[in-house]
Design a protein around this ligand. Structure first.
Ligand SMILES: CSCCC(=O)/C(O)=C/O
Ligand code: FE2
Length: 177
């Protein structure tokens, strides 16, 4: 996992890294302040660590999805949906089994922070954080989606989400830390 502030080039391919020059990285502690959690579950102990985080945080359900042309039904439509800035009313928990891609989350100043996901990365995006997802130029990522409840994917786009309970609670929480 690597996290950094995105450059301001909104015109070119979002699947490119879009690092600033010079690069502006975030530490894990800075991500934590946004409510984003991360675990490195690569290596021989990785599966056990994933299971222990899932148990501790009550993630009882899971499914798998391959985000790639020909593997994900309605690929183009879904990619567009994932890249629309949105929130969820629950945490978004993703574990990368193979491949890579980018989650972008908004900082407290409303800048984009890019989180590069690769095999073995486990991340939690808190309920109410504005974010989006794009594949990278490899066009392949295989993820486990974990859920505390039944699997669901319901996004509320910006600015509609501004007035939701999840967004208000998120702002209260991040302003308090
Ligand atoms: C990489 S998992 C698919 C994207 C997704 O579920 C989501 O909510 C993106 O924000
Ligand atoms: Fe999402």
């Amino acid at each position: 996992m690597r996290a950094y502030y995105l450059d301001h080039d909104t015109g070119s391919n979002p699947r490119l890294p879009h690092e600033r020059n010079p690069p502006a990285s975030l530490t894990e502690a800075e991500l934590n302040k946004l409510g984003v959690l991360y675990w490195d579950c690569s290596g021989p102990e990785g599966q056990a660590k994933l299971e222990s985080v899932a148990k501790e945080r009550g993630y009882r359900n899971r499914d798998e999805v391959r985000i790639a042309p020909g593997l994900l039904p309605d690929y183009e439509k879904k990619i567009k949906m994932f890249f629309d800035e949105h929130i969820h009313e629950d945490e978004e928990i993703r574990f990368a089994l193979e491949g890579s891609g980018y989650f972008d989350v908004r900082s407290q100043n409303d800048d984009w922070v890019r989180i590069r996901m690769e095999k073995g990365d486990l991340i939690v995006l808190p309920a109410g954080i504005y974010h989006r997802f794009t594949p990278d130029t490899s066009d392949y990522i295989h993820v486990v989606r974990l859920f505390t409840d039944a699997p669901k994917w319901e996004a509320i786009n910006r600015p509609l989400a501004d007035s939701t309970v999840a967004r208000t609670a998120y702002l209260q929480h991040t302003n308090a830390v």
